[in-house]
Design a protein around this ligand. Sequence first.
Ligand code: PLP
Length: 405
Amino acid sequence: MRVDVAVLRRDFPIFEAQPAPFHYLDSAATAQICRPALEALCRFEGKARANVKRGVYRLAEAATRAFEEARRQVARLLGGVDPAEVVFTAGTTLALNLAAHGLSPRLGPGRRVLVSVLEHHSNLVPWQLACARTGAELVAVPATADGRLDHEALERLLDSRVAVVALTHASNVTGAVSDVARVARAVRAVGAVLVVDGAQRIPHGPVDVRRLGCDLYAFSGHKAYGATGAGVLWGRRELLEPFPPFLGGGEMITRVTLAHSSYREPPHRFEAGTPPIGPVLALGAAARWMMAQDWQALRAHEEALTRRLLAGLAAMRDVRILGPTDVGERIGVVAFTLESHHPHDICQLLDERGVCTRGGHHCAQPLMDHFGIEASVRASLAPYNDEADVDALLEGLETVRRILG
Ligand code: PLP
């Protein structure tokens, strides 16, 4: 079925609020919030605000029920997992730091953590810190020339020394989607744990984490049509259970004396203090919104737009596309350079035409090194984009070239 973007945009209040022209092509940084998520956030903060997991009056109990319902919605989005396996965090970054902390007891001298060259710094720096703390060795899995995970190289690196493999599901620069199911089979064969950074993949449709076969999966609400401030670490129950506490504080304990504390079961052990309640409720509403969409149609729509964008860029002189050109292997996140013009100059000139793009290293400096560049421009698509957005970018780039020479 064809996607009616005008109808879909009614679910996104930003399109009523922003003056035309407005071509939002930075959803990989932050997607726009969908109306049900915004309403859930506003309803909670304006009409139903109380802390969760503690009060015994009705308002507080209702807040706790809504919070746990959000957990159930996220569990559905991840393929119908056990809600007790869904830990709410502040976002992907905190989720991956929690994963690295929780898995640290498995690390030590002689043990290895594999990360790919494609990783966002959020899925690299926490492992660098964990390796420095424990004496484990961090080993890089190379990328192919067109910015995909080198699956064969990864499989060659897998042996009994490997304790953890941490990979992005979809690159926030090249858009390349890794074959997580294939990786999971190989990782399981050597008894290692597979951590997947799903920040860029989740906004493109629900994911069945059990079918993928990974062990931990992280994502952010604000990239998945929710509010800023909440994210998720999903983990297999048997893996999360022995994780040591991460942040200490209220609500993650069973008993505290001046000398000692005992801790609750997951997920509560990892949700110390007052959680980001409103953003979590928004995330639950966004997950419900996502589950109600026809992702087959949205995927076809995104592929058509990505094809149009890639073809338009490929036809331009001195444009270098960083990523695979086969739309079947990628999401609509397209990074590129234009001659030697600085990405920030390009983005600013595009902004004058109402085109919002991102310029920089995209928190993926090892990948920039791989391509031998400092930075790039990135255009990223979401279901609410249409041909006019893509064409505005391509026309804008022609203008940029005229202005910058
Ligand atoms: N991982 C990937 C692949 C990302 O693209 C991002 C953000 O751009 C992150 C992790 C970090 O997400 P957050 O800043 O929401 O914690």
